[in-house]
Design a protein around this ligand. Sequence first.
Ligand code: LLP
Length: 418
Amino acid sequence: MDFFEYRDGELYCEEVKVADICEAVGTPVYLYSHRTLVDHYRKLDTAFAEIEHLICFSVKSNSNLAVIRTLIKEGAGTDIVSGGELFRSLKAGVDPKKVVFAGIGKSKEEIEYALNSDILMFNVESINEAYAINEVAGRLGKKAMIAFRVNPDVEADTHHHITTGKKENKFGIDINIAVEIFRKANELPNLDVCGVHAHIGSQILSSEPYVKSLGKLVPLIDELRQNDINIQNLNIGGGLGVVYLDEKPQFASDFAAAILPMVKATNCRLLLEPGRFITGNSGIMLTKVLYVKRTAAKNFVIVDAAMNDLVRPALYEAYHRIKPIKITSDEEEVVDVVGPICESSDFFAQERKVLKVQQRDYLSLFTAGAYGFTMSSNYNSRPKAAEVLVKDDQYFIVRERETYQDLVKGESIPKFLF
Ligand code: LLP
């Protein structure tokens, strides 16, 4: 459920007419619905109400401070993968005791920053990383809580770029030698080994891969406890899929019903790290048609957003619904929707039947709230888009559009070149 809808042919976000934002703020612009963010969060939170749980919002999906803040106010913690994401989380006001830190390559500086911030837990991905955390914690006179990320070797049935739980992926520790690694870490004086973590991929549409993964994690937890390793936290990662076109993702309640019996059997606190589920359909990207170019082979709709703003189609051939924000007729045509960047992969749709558009029309790319702005870049020296948050009948610019001056921030020309 989201709060973007057409009323008399005009797209609204909650009670705000999207056209008004395009006119006032310009394009390209990302637009987020506060009500949708909260609704998605609450659906998941309610689904797990009967057990002790913590939802750590995966900041990589959308790291705008206002978005993080919205979720923190609902009770969320954050799932971070860098010092930068920790900085953002803290700036948004997160309770550090609700922050979990994942990623296979944490630097000593990042580990120190996290320990000094008193985060809840590290999701550790190798024994050498455990040694590094132990060393830094010792130096700081702290004890670090850790979970090992276990690679359960299950097929998540999603795009090969975003599956992470197979044994050939670079993530986590091999489940077959997990007990040995947990035992080694458990002997280190500055670590409290208290959790098992697994994240098997992203845009997963059914509970089946999670059930399979838990089928391996639950016996592992038993075995670890038999080895006097005090596991109290079970983190099942993120990965819940959303609708881009006509997918049939699971409801939060069905997901919970499928996995709760297994989770309960462990008596662990449950941690979840959803990103896309919360932010995906909470955001759209708006762009303006600059030109329509008709060639013998194709019709190109050239827009003012590009792969630097939303890279998912270029990178994963991802599908985003595209519609004008003002619908005046139902006439359709087959087009390529492309950006101004000098690369053929700079497209948002190829050979797609869309409602006929004209120069100066505004288009919406839907389901752009997750991995949209966060994956944007300055390629072709294009300033990054603005971000706007809508609440009821008001909107707030939550990130200014970058300027040309921002593009050269920190750069300098050495004297010898003058
Ligand atoms: N936890 C961990 C350890 C992760 O690596 C990820 C995502 C998440 C949680 C959140 O996953 P989600 O609930 O959003 O599926 N850029 C790709 C997606 C990459 C996902 C990376 N890890 C895309 O645009 O589809």
